[in-house]
Design a protein around this ligand. Structure first.
Ligand SMILES: *Cc1c(COP(=O)(O)O)cnc(C)c1O
Length: 359
């Protein structure tokens, strides 16, 4: 029986939000653009467990060269990419040092213990940002009583810190401590490109300082899936083995890697727009009666605190009546995240919503 051919273009229908829905909950809600879908549909593929997927190979090489690092590994998620980096650079019984709010510790289901058999020592940073001095204080002398510290992990920008970025000089000092104490340094760069757009450093500056970097393709870059882990060829070949053990060895995954490649080549520059919009929303929030304070915005995440008398749920429901979706992230804290699927009216609609709100 003949099956009527469906033109490719109509099969690639994009289910973007209707333009007037303003989904500020997260930059993970972004959907592939029509151009990205076209690129995915035409990507050459092969079996990536045999390292034979040309699109995945291209993505890995492109990302590595962007950061001036030797090799890359395409992973299904940022969580897996972080966990592989930790497993590849520790031994069971070791200790990993990170901020108390770090994604690797706070949001990865106890993965450091589960996957690597390591303990975690957490530092109390400011909005996720800690200092080289705090790291030095946390280090223990070499003694059989203590776990061996082998890895330090930094997050830039800091998710739970409301998009705060590390001062680059401080990262250099942290690197120095790691060099002195023979520690590996990992960067959870889920939103590293947002941080890069907001600072004077480029990817290669970060590539030089870290043993491993994980970047997310599925946040503000707008890819539907995927992360890339970067490091030395030797580390990445160990990482490839660990990815297989975790069940992350994929076959013709060039179809999805193509989205990431497209995003890295076309969506990095525009992150500046998201950062700028976040600043605009910050100033509007600052002049709203319902808001008691806004954490100073540095990238594309905005966290603000409501006045005591404002009931968060009521506030969020009010925003919803303007098609604005937001996340409550604390007793009185609400989060907005800007991204590429927001309509041009975002700022004006928020202004109207705020000025019509009464508690
Ligand atoms: C989103 C995110 C990750 C990875 O998340 P996945 O949902 O597993 O892709 C890692 N670190 C930070 C800081 C994140 O925000």
């Amino acid at each position: 029986m003949a099956i009527a051919a469906v033109p490719v273009r109509s099969r690639l229908r994009v289910h973007n939000f209707p333009p007037m829905i303003i989904d500020l909950r997260s930059d993970t809600v972004t959907k592939p653009t029509p151009e990205m879908l076209e690129f995915m549909a035409s990507a050459p593929v092969g079996d990536d467990v045999f390292s034979e997927d040309p699109t995945i190979n291209q993505l890995q090489e492109y990302a590595a060269s962007l950061f001036g690092m030797e090799a890359g590994l395409f992973c299904p998620s940022g969580t897996m990419s972080n966990q592989i980096a930790i497993k590849a650079q520790t031994q069971p019984g070791d200790e990993v040092i990170c901020d108390e709010g770090a994604h690797v510790h706070y949001y990865e289901g106890g993965g450091i213990a589960f996957n690597s058999g390591c303990t975690t020592k957490t530092l109390k940073g400011i909005r996720g940002v800690f200092t080289a001095d705090q790291l030095t204080e946390a280090l223990r002398p070499s003694d059989v009583h203590f776990p061996r510290t082998s890895l330090v992990s930094i997050e830039n920008s800091c998710n739970r810190g409301g998009g705060k970025i590390f001062d680059f000089g401080e990262i250099q000092r942290i690197r120095k401590v790691c060099d002195d104490k023979n520690l590996k340094l990992h960067l959870d760069g889920a939103r590293l490109f947002n941080a890069i757009r907001a600072s004077n450093q480029g990817p290669k500056d970060f590539g030089r300082l870290f043993d491993s970097i994980s970047i997310c393709l599925s946040k503000g870059l707008g890819s539907p899936i995927g992360s890339v882990l970067l490091g030395s060829s030797e580390m990445i070949s160990r990482a490839r083995r660990i990815r297989k053990v975790l069940g992350g060895g994929m076959r013709q995954a060039g179809v999805i890697a193509a989205a990431g490649l497209y995003a890295l080549q076309n969506h990095v520059e525009r992150l500046g727009i998201d950062n700028d919009l976040a600043k605009q929303l910050e100033s509007t929030l600052n002049s709203s009666d319902a808001v008691s304070s806004v954490w100073p915005v540095e990238t594309n995440i905005i966290v603000f605190e409501l006045q005591d008398y404002v009931i968060p749920n009521q506030f969020i429901e009010h925003l919803k009546s303007y098609q604005i979706h937001a996340f409550q992230v604390g007793p009185k804290h609400v989060r907005f995240v800007t991204h590429l699927n927001l309509p041009a009216e975002t700022h004006s609609v928020l202004s109207s919503a705020l000025s019509s709100f009464s508690a």
